[in-house]
Design a protein around this ligand. Structure first.
Ligand code: MF3
Ligand code: CO
Length: 280
């Protein structure tokens, strides 16, 4: 590509990153609200309605709704559903593994983040391990971005972490990954969760990326349901999905969709985050 790849990545000014932070902070508050509402008996459609109402009440817009015809504000993926589950009449049950993915637009700037919860009790130890390792894999990827020269180092770090911690017990959802984010939800570059031949573009200030490991218990086989969205693991295992939108700035990383900007989780790894441009 004659080294032109980087020119296709949208770089944001500090003022634009402040708007992305407003979008990300609202989204983190929507996720906090959903975590409080999650309980046995609630339907995934009810959670979706709560998220849409809160986003609109804050003058923002859901970005999944209508995206390539997607019919909801959230993707809610339960147990063997890995990603892109469509909210509906399904009632959550004790012990379900529930991945909630959402995003919004504030003044034209997109955010995208996912968390996985286990509903109530009992929690199967293998599910607790799955959810915790997927979240830690996300933070390993974010930490790698802090010192990376190339975007491909994120996937290498996620792959190495999962291999070291889980060996063969967990598989990546192959063919899916993260992405650049900004004036659209899905932008250049791709942010894979494993090593690829392409080392990716150079990491430069102004770059904003959505990093999103998706892990499955056992083999990584999957299929898409006839609804054209739902991705289901077919090897008998359950799945988890964690995602943050992250900005690279001159002063370090800012995890846009985490309340504290990533300060606590990155400090554990010896990394300082950028000052938060938005008072929360
Ligand atoms: N966060 C998801 C992703 O980046 C977005 C889901 S696709 C949608 O893959 F259509 F639901 F928006
Ligand atoms: Co995403």
């Amino acid at each position: 590509m004659l080294g032109l790849g980087r020119s296709r990545v949208e770089l944001k000014t500090p003022e634009q990153i402040a708007l992305m932070r407003r979008s990300g902070l609202l989204l983190s508050q929507v996720h906090d609200m959903l975590a409080r509402e999650l309980r046995p008996g609630i339907t995934t459609a009810q959670l979706d309605a709560l998220a849409e109402e809160m986003i609109r009440d804050h003058g923002a817009t859901p970005n999944f709704l209508g995206y390539q015809g997607y019919p909801a504000t959230l993707c809610i993926s339960v147990n063997e559903v890995v990603v892109h589950g469509i909210p509906g009449a399904q009632e959550l049950r004790e012990g379900d593994v529930v991945s909630i993915d959402g995003g919004c637009i504030v003044e034209g700037w997109h955010s995208d983040a996912a968390r996985t919860h286990i509903v109530g009790q009992p929690r199967r130890p293998a599910d607790v391990e799955l959810v915790e390792l997927t979240e830690r894999a996300l933070w390993e990827g974010i930490a790698a971005l802090a010192t990376a020269r190339r975007v491909g180092e994120i996937g290498a770090a996620v792959e190495d972490f999962v291999e070291a911690e889980a060996g063969e017990t967990l598989s990546h959802l192959e063919g899916f990954g993260g992405h650049g984010i900004g004036t659209a939800m899905h932008m250049e570059p791709d942010v894979m969760n494993y090593r690829t031949r392409d080392r990716g573009p150079k990491v430069v200030p102004g770059m904003c990326l959505a990093i999103e490991p998706m892990l499955i218990q056992g083999p990584g086989d999957w299929e898409q349901l006839d609804d054209g969205w739902t991705i289901v693991a077919t090897g008998g295992g359950r799945a988890a999905h964690w995602e943050h939108s992250v900005a690279v700035t001159e002063q370090g990383l800012l995890v846009l969709t985490e309340r504290d900007g990533g300060a606590a989780r990155l400090a554990e790894r010896g990394i300082r985050t950028a000052p938060d441009p938005v008072a929360s």
